[in-house]
Design a binder for this molecule. Structure first.
Ligand code: MRU
Length: 354
């Protein structure tokens, strides 16, 4: 099963994705044949996770090109520019979204400059979007391989949110490390933070691990400290939505709390992410834009309840991410290897020159 997939159709193409809001109860595929449907899917977390939304946005640009009725190259480029702006406005924190959109727009401009037009132009953009998606899968496998070496046999690993196959083109970043450790026969067990308010841990990570037969136990977010106090967590591995140049890493809200707890208890806290998640343009985590989402996500207990779990009208604050300072991060696991502090120099030295 693929998180998302490009499908050629007689009238152009479409982006097919698993609607993650329906998991774990139903596996429903959503075919996005227009920009508005895809943008809504990203905004509402039908597809979510930093690398996955980058891949979806790249395929979205290809989809718009494949269905365009623009009369000439300049009009088509202008249409793609508008599509880029719509997709860029869906979610602010994951830098992979902007990275993928920039790469698609650079490709479109390069093709136009070299006089490539018509069907050839569209095919080249589709190929670029598919390449971004395949490349993400490859990066995740490499992250898994490098990260598995950090996981001791028999480890109890805590993870937060979903940084799994569903959050990427496949395999996952943090769950990629966990998958690879399991595949290596390390007899691991995973503590899965449920991840309030939208329960990506409970709905998606527990589902993925169960499908793979990886032993796991679901806990509420406020149980992690107690488990660490009892010595029942050997390491924590999480993903990231954006890593600043100094190694500070924004991830799902609650990740910072896990990092602080891990630090207090001497538990190594690892961040697993591809270089497409590193934003060298931002000096530190405090500069990372933090998405604030609809209060209903807190009030309605992640779509599971129709009755609010709080008094109607109470003020709700619903930030979706938090930055973890890099001094709490034992290592950043990337596709090119495990990066250790000092992160500013180490990330810069390890960054693939693309
Ligand atoms: O709001 P979400 O579900 O998109 O948040 C996702 C996360 O925080 C993930 O941990 C992150 O994107 C890394 S995914 C490999």
């Amino acid at each position: 099963m693929k998180t998302l997939e490009w499908i050629d159709t007689p009238d152009g193409g479409l982006v097919r994705l698993i609607d993650q809001t329906r998991l774990p109860n139903e596996t429903v595929l959503l075919d996005c044949t227009d920009l508005a449907t895809l943008a809504e899917a990203i905004r509402m977390l039908r597809i979510r996770g930093a690398p996955a939304i980058g891949c979806a946005a790249a395929q979205g640009i290809a989809m718009v090109a494949s269905r365009s009725k623009a009369e000439d190259g300049a009009a088509l480029l202008a249409e793609l520019g508008r599509a880029r702006d719509v997709l860029a406005a869906t979610r602010p924190t994951a830098v992979n979204l902007f990275w993928a959109l920039d790469r698609m727009m650079a490709k479109a401009e390069e093709l136009a400059k070299s006089g490539v037009a018509g069907k050839e132009f569209v095919r080249a953009l589709i190929d670029e979007a598919v390449a971004i998606t395949e490349d993400d899968l490859d990066r995740c496998r490499r992250i898994g391989k490098h990260g598995a070496e950090l996981i001791p046999g028999g480890a109890n690993i805590l993870t937060h949110c979903n940084a799994g196959a569903l959050a990427t083109a496949g395999y996952g970043t943090a769950l990629g490390v966990i998958r690879a450790a399991h595949e290596a026969g390390k007899r691991i067990h995973v503590w899965v933070d449920e991840t309030r308010p939208l329960l990506q841990g409970a709905r998606l990570t527990a589902w993925e691990l169960q499908q793979e037969g990886i032993p796991c136990t679901l806990i509420t977010d406020n149980m992690a400290g107690y488990l660490m106090q009892q010595g029942r967590v050997d390491c924590a591995v999480v993903g990231a939505d954006r890593i600043a140049a100094n190694g500070d890493a924004a991830n799902k809200i609650g990740t910072y709390s896990v990092a602080v707890l891990a630090h207090h208890h001497g538990v190594p806290f690892y961040v697993a992410a591809p270089f497409s998640t590193v934003d060298f343009g931002l000096a530190c985590g405090q500069d990372i834009p933090i998405e604030e989402r609809n209060p209903d996500e807190v009030a309605l207990l992640a779509h599971l309840a129709t009755q609010p779990a709080c008094p109607v009208g109470v003020r709700i604050y619903n930030p979706a991410f938090d930055p973890t300072p890099s001094d709490l991060v034992a290592a950043i696991i990337t596709e090119v290897g495990v990066i250790r502090p000092p992160y500013r120099q180490a990330l810069d030295a390890a960054a693939p020159r693309e």
